[in-house]
Design a binder for this molecule. Structure first.
Ligand code: AP5
Ligand code: MG
Length: 214
């Protein structure tokens, strides 16, 4: 199954993707994760992307589309994939359809996770992520035993540079301007599912499961 996870920053895309990987073993393609790794590794891509990410702006389409195209060409993506944080603009959505269409493939489900803005700001300023295994925590909803240490692998937990309140507000404005219209794009293709993300993680995942397993 080829799945797109839509939703504002902090809606819970990464959290649901973790559960989807566990349930179905689909490859998780998160453009945010790929870009953060490039920044951490100091590659030319990372150096280019960092200024946009720190400001809460989108990295240019041409860069991100190239990344996703090459990732989709890897053999593990043949059996399906979870796209998290891509597409985010009309241009990205069209490029994705074009790329998939050329291989006789298509998006089977676009799952849009809905959460109120105030909840999102609270969630993002209390998010911690493991530097080693990438596991996502919430100091409020899902606190680790030690706020600095990953329960799963013992790695260091860190706060993302773009999770300050001012940057979160800009990411939300960018989302409204550039990404929210994609909800209608996928609705018009008949593959959109909207779910309420302001419930416990497992309840949200029960909806995801119903969509994926039919
Ligand atoms: P990206 O990494 O994609 O960030 P985002 O879309 O802003 O989304 P987040 O990762 O912040 O939130 P999430 O929905 O994954 O929520 P999570 O599960 O972590 O992008 C970052 C940047 O990279 C962009 O700003 C841009 O610069 C660049 N970029 C990336 N893709 C791009 C693209 N395609 N084009 C151009 N630029 C691109 O959950 C958040 C918190 O809430 C966690 O603490 C979690 O524990 C908690 N939580 C989750 N679910 C629940 C729940 N049900 N109840 C309570 N708490 C919950
Ligand atoms: Mg994420």
């Amino acid at each position: 199954m080829n799945i797109v996870l839509l939703g504002a920053p902090g809606a819970g895309k990464g959290t649901q993707a973790e559960k989807m990987i566990e349930a179905w073993g689909l490859p998780h393609i998160s453009t945010g994760d790929i870009l953060r790794k490039a920044v951490a590794d100091g590659t030319p891509l990372g150096i280019q992307a960092k200024q946009f990410m720190d400001a809460g702006e989108l990295v240019p389409d041409v860069v991100v589309i190239g990344l996703v195209k090459s990732r989709l060409d890897e053999p593990d993506a043949e059996k399906g994939f979870i796209l998290d944080g891509f597409p985010r603009t009309d241009g990205q959505a069209e490029a994705l359809d074009h790329e998939l269409g050329a291989a006789d493939r298509a998006i089977d489900a676009a799952i849009s996770i809905d959460v109120d803005r105030d909840v999102i700001v609270r969630r993002l300023t209390s998010r911690r992520t493991c530097r080693s295994c990438g596991k996502i925590y919430s100091l409020i909803a899902d606190p680790p035993a030690d706020p600095n240490v990953c329960d799963a692998c013992g790695g260091e937990l860190y706060q993302r540079d773009d999770d300050t309140e001012a940057t979160v507000r800009n990411r939300l404005a960018v989302y409204d301007r550039s990404t929210a219209p994609l909800v209608e794009y996928y609705r018009s293709k008949g593959v959109l599912h909207v779910i309420d993300g302001d419930r416990p993680v497992d309840e949200v995942f029960a909806d995801v499961r119903r969509i994926v397993e039919g």
